[in-house]
Every structure is written in C-alpha cells, then in structure tokens.
Design a protein around this ligand. Structure first.
Ligand code: TZP
Ligand code: MG
Length: 212
C-alpha cells in the first residue's frame, strides 16, 4: 500500500494485552467503524501470543483493516509482516535495521521510532515513510518508556526535519492532542485512549475534529 501522510491522523496501536475485556478484533472493528486511519498490531508483554496463534490473529486483524481500507502495520516482527503480507512494518531503534531487510519490504509502509535527536541522527531514514516520536506524556502502556519529551519534542523535531511525516505517541488523548498537532505532528498514535475507551465512536470523533 502506498503511504500517504494523512494515514497518520489517528493511528491506533494494540495487542491482546492492551484489552481489559472483550476481544481485540471487536475493539479494532469499533475503532475502524469510527474512523481510525491506521492500525498497528503490537503483540508484546506477559502472555503475548506467539507462533501460529499470533499469525492467525494477525490474519484476522489484517482482513478487518482491509475491509475499511486502513493500513495494517505489524510492530517489530518483520517476518510475520512478510508471512501475512501486512501493509507495513514498524521498527524500533533496537530492532532489525531497515537497510538489511529493505529488499524484502518492497511496497510496504515503513515506520521507525525516534525518541530524541540522537536517535534521529543515528537513523538511516532513506526508506522510512514516517517516524513515531515520543513519549510525549507519561504512559503506562510501555514499561521501558523514556522520559516524556512533551509538546516541545514535537516542535523541535518538526524544526529539525521540516518534511518527514511525524506521528506523536505516548499518553495522548483527544483532550490533549490539539497542541501536539499544532506543534507540527501529522498525526497521533494511541494505545490506551482507544483500547480502554468506553465510547470508541465518540473518542475517535473527538480526535478527528482537530483535522480539517
Ligand atoms: N512508544 C512510546 S510510548 C508508547 C509506545 C509504544 C505507548 C503509548 O501508549 P498510550 O497508552 O497511548 O500512552
Ligand atoms: Mg520495537
């Protein structure tokens, strides 16, 4: 799938561990119906699915996303991304280097996490479609999250690279996202504000109001 900047507007990230009750498929379907613009399957932490179970779930989630024409991205596991023909892959600084696997990733959307300027400087962004920048605020969804950079991190990153598509992450809700978008982020990514929402339709609508 060809990447477009506006796909980043509301980027929902989730794994089975982020869902307190119900099923990931159900939460994802509600989020897709409500209008999320991108989805990342991030299956991590205690009791996370592996192997065949992870692949089966990935295939279900991919099929849901395709019904809504929303890109289906896989976190870290680029081999799974190839196996299920995901639309893209999101890698962190400690994952496989994109340069070494790029020939296998033809046509896929490629995202990279960049937490600060040092990481930006040491990253080869030649093949990267967008960078995930954060954490912006405190988050309880990532155990090894670094110190939050606040809105300033986005403002400075936007000045540092005026072109690259940026999606902000970490502790973001529809109530604190406006300043982040105004600071230059192309979009917002979130786990808990959708995974734990009591009203996904309304929360997604609230987020999307900040774009015109
Ligand atoms: N990377 C930086 S913060 C974070 C990740 C994966 C977690 C974001 O989760 P939440 O619930 O939106 O704060
Ligand atoms: Mg990673």
């Amino acid at each position: 799938m060809k990447f477009r900047r506006d796909m980043l507007q509301l980027y929902f990230i989730c794994g089975t561990n982020n869902i307190a009750d119900g099923k990931l498929e159900e939460v994802l379907e509600a989020a897709l119906k409500a209008g999320i613009t991108m989805f990342q399957f991030r299956e991590k932490g205690p009791g996370a699915l592996t192997g065949g179970e992870k692949k089966q779930l990935a295939l279900k989630l991919k099929s849901l996303c395709s019904q809504y024409h929303v890109p289906f991205i896989i976190n870290d596991d680029w081999e799974l991304a190839l196996a299920v023909d995901a639309d893209g892959i999101h890698l962190g600084q400690d994952d496989e280097k994109i340069e070494t696997i790029i020939e296998k990733l033809t046509g896929k959307i490629i995202g990279l996490s960049v937490g600060n300027f040092e990481e930006y400087d040491q990253s080869d962004l030649t093949y990267v479609d967008y960078i995930g920048v954060g954490p912006i605020y405190e988050t309880s969804s990532k155990s090894d999250a670094k110190k939050p950079g606040g809105i300033e991190l986005i403002r400075k990153m936007r000045l540092y690279d005026k072109e690259i598509p940026i999606v902000a992450i970490g502790g973001i809700t529809s109530r604190n996202c406006e300043m982040i978008i105004k600071a230059g982020a192309d979009g917002i990514s979130t786990i808990s504000s959708i995974a734990a929402s009591r009203n996904i339709e309304q929360d997604v609508k609230n987020y999307l109001e900040y774009y015109n």
